[in-house]
Design a protein around this ligand. Structure first.
Ligand SMILES: Cc1cc2nc3c(=O)[nH]c(=O)nc-3n(C[C@H](O)[C@H](O)[C@H](O)COP(=O)(O)O)c2cc1C
Length: 187
């Protein structure tokens, strides 16, 4: 049942080491593009990361993370960098999601909403196929090095999500408040 998949899906932060089969990823991507999108702008773009690019991204990720944390003086840059590379390399599959930008702010807002719907479609089908996903937003999305590596013009396409994907090692718990606290009914 769809409702059961929706309620059981969790953001996953720890993955088993095995890789994600391409045909499984393709099913998730196929679900993503059937999201509603106003004016059929199809504003989403997907960047599926292979092993060589994953390694290069790990170093971009680690540099950004280590620079930020080294500034707090808690640990030195190299220790933080090495730890962050290990963390990023432990993610079996990374996919970036881009939104094609529109000069009209109303269309841009609608397009962001459509991309979010696409990502949720992706996450739900992934969950049904026993995969876990973490939707991550962080400095790696806006870094010029990331855009250069992926060949993206950030003036035309905004990276809105890094999806970290793999078979879950641990499933966190989560909760929501009762829907009745969030809903008004009118006669
Ligand atoms: C737009 C958006 C951005 C998010 N960015 C992050 C992020 O940067 N890091 C992270 O750990 N989780 C991120 N998440 C995942 C949320 O933290 C997660 O959905 C929330 O904790 C609820 O958990 P659940 O997905 O298991 O229900 C993001 C989710 C959304 C919708």
């Amino acid at each position: 049942m769809l409702i059961s998949c929706i309620k059981k899906r969790r953001s996953i932060f720890q993955f088993q080491p095995q890789s994600v089969p391409t045909n499984v990823l393709k099913q998730c991507l196929e679900a993503a593009i059937w999201a509603p999108n106003h004016r059929l702008t199809e504003p989403w773009r997907f960047y599926v990361i292979g092993p060589k690019t994953h390694q290069k991204l790990a170093s971009i990720y680690a540099n950004l993370r280590a620079k930020k944390r080294a500034n707090t003086g808690l640990s030195n840059y190299q220790v933080l960098y090495d730890h962050a590379v290990k963390k990023f390399m432990a993610i079996p599959q990374v996919i970036f999601v881009g939104q094609v930008l529109d000069s009209d702010p109303v269309i841009s807002k609608e397009d962001y909403a459509a991309c979010a719907c696409a990502i949720q479609n992706f996450q739900l089908v992934a969950w049904e196929l026993e995969l876990g996903v973490q939707w991550s937003t962080g400095p790696i999305l806006t870094a010029a090095e990331t855009a250069n590596l992926l060949g993206i013009d950030l003036a035309k396409t905004s990276l809105i999500a890094a999806l970290y994907i793999g078979y879950p090692k641990a499933i966190p718990t989560s909760s929501r408040q009762n829907v009745k606290n969030l809903t008004c009914y009118y006669d």
